[in-house]
Ligand binder design. Structure first.
Ligand SMILES: Nc1ccn([C@@H]2O[C@H](COP(=O)(O)O)[C@@H](O)[C@H]2O)c(=O)n1
Ligand SMILES: C[C@@]1(CO)OP(=O)(O)OP(=O)(O)OC[C@H]1O
Length: 157
């Protein structure tokens, strides 16, 4: 078994939606990012890369490379899942927490779980998506940005 954790932050910027767990969530801001800025998927990728001791998302998809500009983050997760399988592991479970005052994640959590499970190639009951505010404290509390943290357990396939 291998355990991994990941964390990601993006600043809010111009726009009217944020990508979260592969789902387009309407919001009065967008995010500033090289890719589509999906903090859920970025944290999940880093958790998988961490569990496999394969570095981090920036090593696999350097922000200096034009080819990743506006990229769909589900491509990153697909790659992480492929590396996991190549090394003989399957996803035991993944647990993600989104941290922001808004948008509300709850109404979209099921769609995110469905999308993540599809990209990961696993049953939906292995994937959890939760959310919390920070009670108006800190950068998420001031609505300056959005964060996500993820934990994964990888089991021998
Ligand atoms: N962006 C968010 C934040 C929170 N939720 C849901 O609200 C519950 C209460 O949040 P607190 O920070 O006040 O504990 C939380 O447990 C989530 O169910 C949400 O959907 N989206
Ligand atoms: C995802 C990558 C892709 O170039 O860029 P960003 O979208 O800026 O996201 P970040 O969470 O900063 O991770 C770094 C990069 O790998």
């Amino acid at each position: 078994m291998r355990i991994g954790q990941g964390f990601d932050v993006h600043t809010f910027g111009d726009g009217d939606f944020v990508m979260l767990g592969g789902v387009r969530v309407p919001h009065n801001r967008g995010v500033v990012a090289h890719s589509d800025g999906d903090v859920v998927i970025h944290a999940l990728c880093d958790a998988i890369f961490g569990a496999l001791a394969l570095g981090d998302i920036g090593r696999h998809f350097p922000p200096t490379q034009e080819r990743w500009r506006d990229a769909e983050s589900r491509l990153f997760l697909h790659h992480a899942a492929q590396l996991m399988r190549e090394r003989g592991y399957a996803l035991g479970n993944a647990d993600v927490t989104v941290i922001c005052e808004a948008p509300k994640v709850g109404p979209h959590a099921q769609a995110m779980r469905e999308c993540l499970a599809e990209v990961l190639g696993c049953d939906i009951d292995r994937v959890s998506v939760k959310a919390t505010t920070t009670e108006h404290l800190g950068f998420t509390g001031r609505g300056e940005g959005i964060a996500a943290q993820a934990c994964v357990l990888l089991v021998l396939a």
